[in-house]
Design a binder for this molecule. Structure first.
Ligand SMILES: NC(=O)c1ccc[n+]([C@@H]2O[C@H](COP(=O)([O-])OP(=O)(O)OC[C@H]3O[C@@H](n4cnc5c(N)ncnc54)[C@H](O)[C@@H]3O)[C@@H](O)[C@H]2O)c1
Length: 425
């Protein structure tokens, strides 16, 4: 066992959308990688060279990594030179509706690796995290080591100076991960300059983009800033869509024209903002500095309110018909992926079904069995695109999946169409 412990270069904790591609790509670059996930089913699938979620071309990389013997997975960590934490960082909702960062996964992972980390090792937090989390990761790890020493299960607790800690946030776009993982510029934020420098060296094994070394707090804030920037700009477009609905103006035409100004680049409105990044990360800033993050909070509120506006439009249209059939096209949070987390399309579909506005036909080409959220909800069924278009009186386009862009417009004739993405204009 000891020989195996010594042999790993990287131990990745959390084998989801971020951890698995990262572990696999290090492995295909010749590093010995051990991946850890609390889910035994995930570990089994990966050790068999398979995938537990869809991401283009990732299957090829995982198969190659596992096949070469450079990637193995298990449910408990092993010793390695570098540890990378890629566990979830969601938020929980407080008693007054406030969004509170949930760092319990980071704490569990920090404590789980504590017995295996040796002086000189590098511990990287890749999870998107509130400012100060890398310091917390260090504190949890050292606290756990002190407890292990007290229990006689570890010889040396060590000090913060004996280990290297860094935050290296991830910017990849689901659906295009493998390309972006390699080519995106990165930030390596060390708790010490040495930690940042060593982290940079590690990512240079596969990263062709530039890697900028900074401190951990700036790196944490940089990732949150990037997603808040996107959220605020989308909120502007979404607010314009509400104003235009009110004033009887076509928002898509408006934005097309305004964007001809040489210094204006308005984004496209949509049914809301989803996913586990843009819809989550701005709350980490608001939580840390509530008095001075008013614009970021308001943007979140504008984007969170947009699904209700779409539902109101659908209900108004449905009220004019007798027992209408309503097709909701798309459940994923963005185009051409199967990820339903924090998806406004899912929220809208459920809200329409629960409102009793009519029979709801949900279409999601990337999902074969009804998602858990829909199970047990009355008057909603997962059907094919063809069936939905054949039967619907109202068609609500929620996600711009390529299958929907290709729909023959003649099939929409005579139906009420609510195109939340402006792609069928
Ligand atoms: N998915 C993205 O596009 C994306 C992009 C940038 C940043 N991020 C950030 O990366 C982090 C991970 O996101 P993700 O999308 O990969 O999440 P995910 O849910 O797909 O994967 C996380 C994995 O961690 C496992 N896990 C949870 N606790 C664990 C523990 N204590 N030990 C071992 N495994 C554990 C889960 O079982 C799961 O398989 C989050 O902070 C997220 O905000 C995600």
């Amino acid at each position: 066992m000891k020989a195996e412990f010594q042999s790993y270069d990287v131990c990745v904790i959390g084998l989801g959308y971020i951890g698995l591609p990262t572990a696999s790509i290090f492995a295909t670059r010749g590093l010995k990688v051990f991946g850890v996930d609390v889910r035994a089913d995930v570990v089994e699938i990966i050790n068999g060279g398979g995938l537990h979620f869809h991401e283009p071309d990732l299957d090829v990389i995982v198969r190659a990594a596992v096949g070469s013997g450079n990637l193995r997975a298990g449910t408990t960590p092993v010793a390695a030179r570098t540890f990378i934490l890629a566990v979830p960082t969601p938020f929980s909702v407080g008693p007054k509706g406030e969004k509170i960062p949930d760092l319990s996964f980071v704490e569990q992972a920090s404590r789980a690796i504590a017995p295996f980390v040796e002086p000189g090792n590098l511990v990287i937090l890749e999870s998107t995290s509130p400012v100060g989390t890398t310091e917390l990761m260090r504190d949890w790890l050292l606290d756990e080591r002190r407890k292990l020493v007290a229990a006689g299960r570890l010889a040396l607790a060590g000090t913060g100076e004996q280990f290297l800690f860094a935050h290296c946030p991830e910017r990849v776009l689901p659906g295009n991960m493998l390309k972006e993982l390699v080519s995106n510029d990165r930030i390596a934020g060390g708790l010490t300059p040495e930690a940042g420098r060593v982290a940079k060296e590690l990512y240079l094994r596969f990263c062709t983009g530039e890697i900028f070394v900074t401190d951990a707090r700036t790196a944490e804030m940089a990732k949150l800033t990037e997603n808040s920037f996107r959220d605020v700009n989308i909120a502007f477009a979404n607010e314009l869509s509400l104003i235009c609905d009110h004033l009887g103006i076509d928002v898509w035409e408006l934005i097309r024209l305004a964007n001809r100004h040489p210094r204006v680049k308005i984004l496209q409105p949509g049914p809301g903002v989803g996913g586990h990044c843009i819809a989550v990360d701005p709350w980490f800033i608001v939580h840390s500095a509530p008095e001075v993050s008013r614009l970021i909070r308001t943007a979140r509120e504008v984007n969170d309110a947009k699904p209700h506006h779409i539902v109101a439009r659908v209900r108004a249209a449905a009220a004019k018909l007798n027992q209408p059939v309503i097709a909701c096209l798309g459940l994923a949070f963005k185009a051409d992926i199967d990820d339903l987390r924090e998806s406004p399309a899912m929220e809208i579909t459920l809200e329409i079904a629960r409102s009793g506005a009519g029979e709801v036909l949900a279409v999601e080409p990337h999902v074969t069995t009804p998602p858990k959220a829909l199970v047990g909800v009355e008057r909603v069924a997962l059907v094919s695109l063809d069936e939905a278009l054949r039967r619907a009186d109202i068609v609500v386009l929620l996600v711009n999946h390529r299958q929907f862009l290709a729909v023959d417009r003649a099939r929409l004739a005579g139906k009420i169409v609510i195109d939340t993405r402006g792609v069928w204009r």
